[in-house]
Design a protein around this ligand. Structure first.
Ligand code: C2E
Ligand code: MG
Ligand code: MG
Ligand code: MG
Length: 284
């Protein structure tokens, strides 16, 4: 009897996994279809200098609206694309689209494009980036690639080789979600990043807990001594914003400063009107 119950449980468990696998497979199929039928779009979120309030660039964020299922989050479909061999074509599509859009913006406005771990390990990435830059006419200085540490730590020598080729093109590199992984400091030490993107988890806690604030401070000090600008992700409130400016954070991004927006609706490119007053200096 007990054995029966166990088997029942097992069957139920298997059905659960089966359903999940089926769902992922369906999602992969739908994504393949989406790529071919123009269901994908790129939205842009402003990255702002916290001292001048000027837009420095925009991060390209993939958007997928399925005709029946509605909008599906990239956190959900990017892993599916990685597992099903679709990330390559998806990645090129976003890169080409983002560079094409950015080529029309007022210089020196940049575009930042996310590169997934799987996409990054493809040795042809530098050549691909080079081709897209030539094709779209975007100057390399106006493109930045965002990488997370998971993309890099699996094979350091290989990663470094790819990174050096990308940097040789003149393209910038940002370390995304800094602090949320296992070896952020090691990653920072091993690879020549041009920007640190402080994970929004720390920004989120900055008003409430001492720990988050202390960590933000330490990361900003680290950035200063390494001479790497720090961008704070996920700024949602005025209070978070004023703490970050007071602490000397270089750049910010978040719903408070601007939501991800379709390219046609971007209010201004590198527009001259500062949105925030100049940074207040801390009184020692
Ligand atoms: P990410 O690169 O860290 O992007 C930031 C995410 O935070 C975006 O979510 C953005 O919409 C969201 N965000 C921005 N400001 C705020 C805020 O103030 N509060 C909160 N709660 N969230 C905010 P999104 O667009 O859903 O993308 C999620 C992740 O999916 C991205 O994280 C990135 O890892 C991945 N992703 C998005 N687009 C692409 C792409 O084109 N290629 C690849 N490989 N990955 C992508
Ligand atoms: Mg990013
Ligand atoms: Mg991030
Ligand atoms: Mg993320």
């Amino acid at each position: 009897h007990a054995k029966h119950a166990f088997l029942d449980g097992l069957c139920f468990y298997d059905a659960g996994i089966g359903a999940l696998v089926r769902k992922r497979r369906q999602l992969a199929e739908a994504l393949r279809h989406a790529l071919e039928h123009d269901e994908l779009d790129v939205h842009y979120q402003a990255q702002m200098s916290l001292s001048t309030g000027k837009v420095q660039g925009y991060e390209a964020l993939l958007r997928w609206t399925h005709p029946q299922l509605g909008p599906i989050s990239p956190s959900e479909f990017i892993p599916v694309a990685e597992e099903n061999g679709l990330i390559g074509s998806l990645g090129v599509w976003v890169l080409r689209r983002a560079c094409m859009d950015a080529a029309a913006w007022d210089p020196p406005c940049r575009v930042a494009v996310n590169v997934s771990a799987v996409q990054f390990m493809d040795a042809s990435l530098p050549r691909l980036v080079h081709e897209v830059l030539l094709e779209t006419g975007l100057p390399p200085q106006r493109l930045e690639l965002e990488l997370t540490e998971t993309a890099l730590i699996k094979d350091k020598a290989r990663s470094l080789h790819i990174i050096r080729q990308i940097k040789a093109l003149g393209v910038g590199l940002a370390l995304d979600d800094f602090g949320s992984g296992y070896s952020s400091l090691e990653t920072l030490r091993s690879f020549p990043f041009d920007k640190i993107k402080l994970d929004r988890g720390f920004v989120d806690g900055i008003e409430q807990d001492r720990q988050s604030k202390a960590i933000v401070r330490a990361v900003l000090a680290l950035g200063k001594s390494l001479d790497i600008p720090v961008l704070a992700e996920g700024i949602e409130t005025d209070e978070q914003m004023s703490v970050l400016r007071l602490e000397g954070c270089d750049e910010g991004q978040g719903y408070l400063l601007g939501r991800p927006t379709p390219v046609g609706d971007l209010a201004h490119k590198s527009g001259p009107a500062p949105m925030v007053p100049p940074r207040q200096h801390r009184v020692a």
